[in-house]
Design a protein around this ligand. Structure first.
Ligand code: SAM
Length: 349
């Protein structure tokens, strides 16, 4: 489901229905059921058998939605939040910096809403394992169910545990080469990584601690140093979307022409209103021809004015001068925290 992308939607599939940029709804498709949204009523039958990515029209009206295949990125935008989560701008960077690849073994605490766990699971694939720990029982149970529903149980091992008190050890060795800690006090969990066969000490181990306050970072760095971690670096990921487009270039002469045009139109408007009043006063007694003469340009179509009403000009149209400009869209979803990375070198034989 989250690991392999298939082309055609089948009954029973989890699909992510893109309703708008801010509303994506996870839905399991069932024959003869429907999704009700403020944009209309959408039949599951219209989605089953279509390729993922299809646009589906409402049964009535002009509303439409897109039916998308689940990915960790879209899941992070649509999942039922149980906690703060790690969004894709951070998760992609974390996976890259922790050098997670197909077959990696990763230790994660806490599981929270499982947003990052999905991204980690896809990165390690069926040859790797994510060992994730959560001390809140309901959250742990919900995560276990969700990973099972998403066919990720073979990759993700969930443990209900307070890692800061009881450590990371489970029945089997985890031998991880990557650790991600999204906990209020990661510095209390770091010493526990050295109890039992948690880390693969034959290889370099990369760690990332995700903390919103700089005081937490200071405490984490101190404990990382005490435990032999090196190359300690803190990063803040400020995700911004830059949008490029072309803006019409206007010369001073053109701006003056526009001002003149506005004045002319204002005068024409005054004139038209006067004529209209006059027309209605005398119209009853005039022939059609006289009425037209009396109306003057009252019925004439308006010619193009690039800054006013009239013919529409599309960005980049010939006949105008355009300059490339960019704007920033800052509201990209991202739980901004400090990312503290470090490296634990392998033990020498
Ligand atoms: N990274 C997760 C995601 O992307 O969905 C969100 C993690 S959430 C911010 C932090 C989680 O850590 C919470 O669910 C909390 O219950 C759990 N937690 C806090 N302290 C813990 C501990 N000592 N042991 C295990 N889990 C803990």
């Amino acid at each position: 489901m989250f690991l392999n992308s298939k082309r055609i939607i089948e009954e029973g599939d989890l699909v992510l229905i893109w309703i708008s940029r801010t509303v994506i709804r996870p839905v399991y498709l069932k024959k003869d059921e429907a999704l009700q949204t403020k944009f209309g009523h959408f039949l599951h039958n219209d989605m089953i058998g279509r390729p993922f990515g299809s646009q589906i029209s409402a049964t009535q009206g002009r509303g439409f939605v897109h039916v998308l295949a689940p990915t960790p990125e879209l899941w992070a935008l649509s999942l039922p939040h149980r906690t703060q989560i790690v969004y894709s701008p951070d998760s992609s960077y974390i996976i890259h910096r922790l050098q997670i690849r197909p077959d990696s073994k990763v230790v994660e605490a806490g599981t929270g809403s499982g947003a990052l766990t999905h991204a980690l699971a896809r990165a390690v694939g069926t040859d790797g394992t994510i060992f994730t720990y959560e001390y809140h029982e309901d959250r742990h149970m919900q995560a276990v169910k969700e990973f099972k529903d998403h066919e990720l149980s073979d990759i993700i091992t969930c443990t209900h545990r307070n890692v800061c008190e009881d450590g990371f050890q489970i029945e089997k060795p985890t031998l991880a080469t990557a650790v991600f800690l999204d906990l209020p006090a990661p510095w209390t969990a770091i010493p526990k990584l050295f109890e039992g066969e948690i880390l693969n000490r034959k290889e370099a181990v990369h760690i990332c601690c995700f903390s919103p306050c700089i005081e937490q970072v200071s405490k984490t760095v101190k404990v990382l140093e005490e435990h032999g971690f090196q190359s300690i670096e803190m990063v803040e990921n400020q995700a911004k979307r830059w949008e490029g487009h072309e803006s019409m270039v206007r010369s001073v002469d053109e701006a003056l022409d526009v001002l003149r045009d506005v004045r002319k139109r204002r005068n024409m408007g005054i004139e038209r209103r006067k004529r209209k009043r006059l027309v209605s006063e005398v119209e009853a007694e005039q022939s059609e021809e006289d009425k037209k003469l009396l109306r003057g340009d009252y019925d004439n179509p308006v010619v193009y004015n690039p800054w006013g009403k009239g013919e529409r000009v599309k960005e980049g149209d010939d006949g105008y001068k355009w300059a490339p400009v960019s704007t920033i869209e800052p509201e990209i979803k991202n739980h901004t925290s400090y990312l503290t990375f470090a490296l634990l070198p392998p033990l020498q034989d």
